[in-house]
Design a protein around this ligand. Sequence first.
Ligand SMILES: *Cc1c(COP(=O)(O)O)cnc(C)c1O
Length: 385
Amino acid sequence: MNQPSIRTDYKIDDRWRLQTGQLNVSPRFLFGPGPSNAHPRVLQALGMVQVGHLDPQFLEIMTEVQTLLRYAWQTDNRFTIPVSGTGSAAMEAGLANLIEPGDKVLIAANGYFGLRLIDMAQRYRAEVVSIQRPWGEVFSKAEIAGALEQHRPKILGIVHAETSTGACQPLEGIGELCRDHDCLLLVDTVTSLGGVPLFIDQWQIDVAYSGSQKCLSCPPGIAPLTMSERALEKLNARKDKVANWYLDMSLVGSYWGSERTYHHTAPINMNYALREALRLVAEEGLEARWKRHRRNAEMLWEGLGRLGLECHVPHEHRLSSLTTVKIPEGVDGKAVQKRLLEEFDIEIAGGLGELAGKVWRIGLMGYNSHPAKVSMLLKALETVL
Ligand SMILES: *Cc1c(COP(=O)(O)O)cnc(C)c1O
C-alpha cells in the first residue's frame, strides 16, 4: 500500500530548523493577579529528568508534596493532594465531589471568583442561593450566620482572598457556624495559600483549594486540594457517581492514597516544581512568609499614597498579595498598563466585572513580594504617570 505523500505547503522553512526558530521569550515582571514569576529554584526543578508516574522515586515525591502541603495549609487532612490542572480545576473538583443534584449550596459572592463558584455549582445541579456584597467589601459573621439560618444549605462556598477585588475575607468563626448548621465549609484559598495567614484545621474548613501560580510562585498547571473527614463522608455517601470523571476524587484519591491505582498520568514535572515551591515555603516558615508579604504590601500602599493614588479596599480588609488601586480621573488605565509592559517589562492588570476600568490590580506574590521589586514598580509607575 502506498503511503500518502508528504505535503510541503505548510509554512515551514529553514527558520524552524535553525537557532532563530528557537523559543525565545523575554522575561517580564509579573505583578498582576497571577501568574506570578516562578522562583528560579522552582524552574530548575521543573526541568529535572522525568521518571514514570509509578516509579518509586515519583511515589516518594508524591508523598513529600502531600506532607509539605499539609504544613502550608496547616492541616492534618489525609486527603490533601495536588489536582492536575489549574486553580479552576481544583475549584471544580471541590464542588463536583461534594454536590449531589438538588443539594442546597450557599455562595457568599463579593467578586468575580464568588460568581464563578455560583456558575460551577449550578452546572452540578445544586440549588444555589447566594448572598452578595459590593466588590471590595467583606461579609460579617452575622450576615453569614443569618444566611445559614435562613437557607440551611448543605455547603457554604466563600472566597478567602478575592483576587478580583483585593479584599481578604475574615474566616474565624465561620467554620464553627457551619458545623452548628450541619453544613460543609468550602473555601477558595487560591491567592492566600503561602501569602496570608490561613489555618485549615483551626478554622474548621472542610474543603479548600488553591493554585500554584499565585503566592506559591510555581508555574500554572497544578492545584492543591484538601478535604476534611466530614467532606469525605459526604463524598463516600453519594448515591450517584461524581459527574466529572477526571475530577472524581474517589478515583483520584486511590492514586494519591496507599493503593496508587492508576487514574490519569500525573504531570510529573509540575509535581517536581510544586514540591520545590512548597519546600521554599517550609524553609522560610509560614510566619515569616506571611510577615514578608504584609511588610512589602505596606511598602507598596505607602508608596502609592505618596504618588497620590488611592486603594480601593479599606486598610483593615486589604489583601497583602493583591492590591486594587483606583485609576485616577482622566488617566487611561489601559495605556498605563501598556507603557509599563513595553517600557519596563512590568505586567499589572486592570479590573474585572464591576471594577473594570475603575482599578488596576497589583499582585505581590511569593517570590515577587520583595522590597527591591516594590521600589522598582513604584518608580516605573511614577515615571509613566
Ligand atoms: C486565579 C484564581 C482562581 C483560578 O485559578 P486558575 O489557576 O486561573 O484556574 C480561582 N480563584 C481565585 C481567587 C483566583 O485568584
